[in-house]
Design a protein around this ligand. Structure first.
Ligand code: SAM
Length: 638
């Protein structure tokens, strides 16, 4: 099963010999609120909810932790850095993270790591100490160390900023004038070295890319889409996006921001703040839960305002909840963000209205002024979730998860009147279902990074819910694709083929006709997304790569009067492919656009040179600055 610990709830009910009856009773309930209430009562009755959030943390007496730290200091003075690290780690394991001793042990361990040339670990500990109870009178030391570690790691711009903070803190430091002068000179010298490196970088820096603009400007009703498209309906695919004018390859058709997003795993360093999500390095952990990290204190404060302070006491428990941990975390983050924005009363009234109103499939997600906006709660909340197609066991499982998560929130002191509990619980279930389809499974456009060796192979690094991009249907021959920096949280979608007026704009949900036979593509669409694919390659049974025609003939030339021109352009293209390297395709985009347009008008698809040109355009549209190498992420700061 794709969800972790899927049998967690059902196996206990099975042991109590009630599971069969539970499923029968659950499936008879037809409102989301009644399903949630039923599940909550059931888990309470069978004593399946935790009684307290107290984690049995046993700290040693402060004298023990302090003596371990002092032992570390002695080893440090004796230059036995490895042993010192060991002693500080022991101290951290037995001390309360709210104490000064804990923060000092972190800072001291950071110093030991620095001497061992473990700059990344040194940076991590120093940043961690900065958000812990480290005495502010000593902070100048931490800023100097952070600057030094960043300089050693090549992050000179960051280092300069931290040296500047260090110097600004010196006035309040209790140090003789002579010592201060000496210290200041050392820091200034290090900052000057960084400046020298930076000036060298700037000279070789490439010209920045122009900001991408939607072709024809913003759409009047759906501002994240181009003015040259509209929403339409089809029998086989439901809602979809259609061109109202001819769209050319390279035209930007959508620029979407996620409604909610979060890192996909703990191993990849991404700022947890919803509005940032930048890839980072040695991020600042939340000093209370230590389970989320931010690129700076500003993002940490903003995330707290968005609700992290409410989820912080229960993060540990959310991580233990069955299902997809990251999705559960995202669901809680989403709920808290909107609860804080609207208040409980308004939130419940909106989600209740949504669940009882008859949803028009065409206008779902549009507000009362007729606009569909990616930053609106109801737009995201009403995304296609195939809720009616979710099987009973999965629906019950999601209800159990929602019961657990709401229970943690209540145990942590979150005040929620009884009359709102079923609405909030049912909304968490809906949020989980929306995220499961539109964020977890449909992650082809999510921020990703590539491998150092094979830059074509990318891995998704974040879960992102793009309400407007979710309007695009799938085709095994997509005519639009993501473009720009692949790790960006804002997603730009560009046309990669000519899209004549009236044609549907489709992206791929993960399979394209060249690489997979029809049966396996259909299988993916069915098992993952529960639909039968009605795209052209599936309906017309297009062949996969080896069998795609590679020669022009009377069978595939659509316009015989153009045969000679097309033939000579094809020869030129073959030469082009031999001469130009993939990293230089972007310099030849206009040529590639004109060639694909020529073939589009004159040659029957599929045709090998057309498919090759399409792939080259796709490659040229994307930038992978962030690379992954053997489990580590290298970040290109340029
Ligand atoms: C992310 S939504 C796309 C927008 C959706 N059609 C709507 O009405 O809002 C994904 C759903 O669209 C439908 N869909 C997308 N591509 C399709 C295709 N190639 N063939 C049939 N149905 C498709 C399926 O119902 C799928 O679960």
């Amino acid at each position: 099963m794709e969800y972790d610990n899927f049998l967690h709830y059902s196996s206990r009910l099975l042991m109590a010999d009630v599971l069969g009856d539970v499923y029968v009773a659950f499936s008879k309930l037809n409102s989301p609120n009644s399903r949630f209430t039923f599940t909550r009562d059931l888990l309470r009755k069978h004593k399946m909810l935790v009684k307290t959030l107290d984690v049995d943390m046993k700290y040693d007496h402060p004298i023990v932790s302090e003596s371990l730290r002092q032992r570390g200091n002695e080893l440090f003075k004796a230059k036995q850095y490895k042993k010192a690290v060991h002693a500080y780690t022991k101290c951290l394991a037995v001390s309360d993270s709210n104490t000064e001793c804990y923060a000092l042990a972190l800072a001291n361990r950071s110093a030991a790591y620095f001497h061992m040339s473990e700059y990344e670990l040194s940076l991590k500990d120093a940043r961690w100490a900065m958000v812990s109870n480290y005495p502010s009178r000593l902070e100048y030391k931490l800023y100097e160390r952070v600057g030094n570690a960043e300089r050693m790691l090549g992050f000179v711009e960051l280092a300069m900023q931290d040296y500047a903070v260090c110097l600004s803190r010196l006035d309040e430091v209790d140090m003789s004038a002579g010592e201060k002068l000496k210290f200041r000179a050392t820091v200034k010298k290090a900052a000057a070295e960084c400046k020298k490196v930076l000036t060298g970088h700037k000279r070789t820096k490439k010209i920045p890319r122009a900001d991408e603009q939607l072709v024809g400007g913003k759409n009047k009703n759906i501002p994240a889409l181009s003015a040259f498209v509209e929403l339409g309906m089809s029998k086989n695919m439901g809602r979809g996006v259609y061109a109202t004018r001819d769209i050319n390859p390279g035209d930007v058709v959508a620029i979407d921001e996620p409604y909610i997003c979060g890192p996909i795993s703990d191993n990849i360093e991404i700022c947890h703040y919803n509005g940032c999500m930048k890839m980072g390095f040695a991020l600042f952990p939340c000093p209370k839960c230590l389970l989320v990290s931010y690129c700076n204190k500003d993002c940490m404060n903003k995330a707290n305002k968005d609700g992290h302070y409410l989820e912080c006491p229960i993060m540990y428990f959310i991580k233990l909840t069955p299902g997809i941990t990251r999705m559960n975390e995202l669901a809680m983050k989403w709920f808290l963000k909107d609860y804080l924005k609207m208040g409980l009363k308004k939130y419940c009234s909106i989600v209740n209205n949504f669940s009882i109103s008859k949803i028009d499939p065409q206008t779902r997600g549009f507000d009362e002024t007729g606009k569909y906006k990616s930053d609106t709660f109801l737009t995201a909340y009403s995304l296609d979730s195939s809720e009616n197609n979710v099987s009973i066991d999965i629906l019950f499982f999601f209800n159990c998860i929602a019961v657990d998560m709401l229970h943690y929130l209540i145990l942590s002191g979150f005040k929620i009147p009884e009359c709102y509990i079923s609405s909030v619980g049912a909304s968490l279930v809906r949020i989980l279902i929306v995220l499961d389809l539109n964020c977890r499974k449909l992650n082809i456009n999510a921020p990703s990074i590539s491998f150092e060796e094979k830059s074509q192979v990318t891995v998704v690094v974040a879960l992102t819910l793009y309400p407007t991009i979710s309007l695009f249907n799938h085709s095994c021959d997509p005519n639009i694709k993501r473009s720009g920096e692949l790790s960006d949280r804002i997603r730009v979608m560009k046309a990669v083929q000519p899209i004549p007026k009236g044609t549907q704009l489709c992206c791929s949900y993960g399979v394209i006709f060249r690489g997979f036979v029809k049966e396996s593509r259909q299988d993916v669409c069915k098992t993952l997304f529960d639909f039968k694919c009605y795209c052209e390659p599936c309906i017309k049974n297009w062949p996969i790569c080896h069998y795609i025609p590679n020669r022009l003939s009377t069978l595939n030339i659509l316009n015989p009067s153009m045969a000679d021109i097309v033939s000579s352009e094809c020869k030129k293209f073959v030469e082009f492919t031999k001469l130009v390297k993939s990293e230089d395709y972007s310099e030849h985009l206009n040529y590639l656009y004109s060639f694909i347009k020529l073939l589009f008008a004159n040659v029957k698809r599929p045709f090998e040179l057309y498919e090759n040109c399409l792939e080259m355009i796709t490659t040229a549209h994307t930038i992978n600055s962030n690379k992954m190498y053997f489990g580590e992420t290298f970040i290109n700061m340029d």
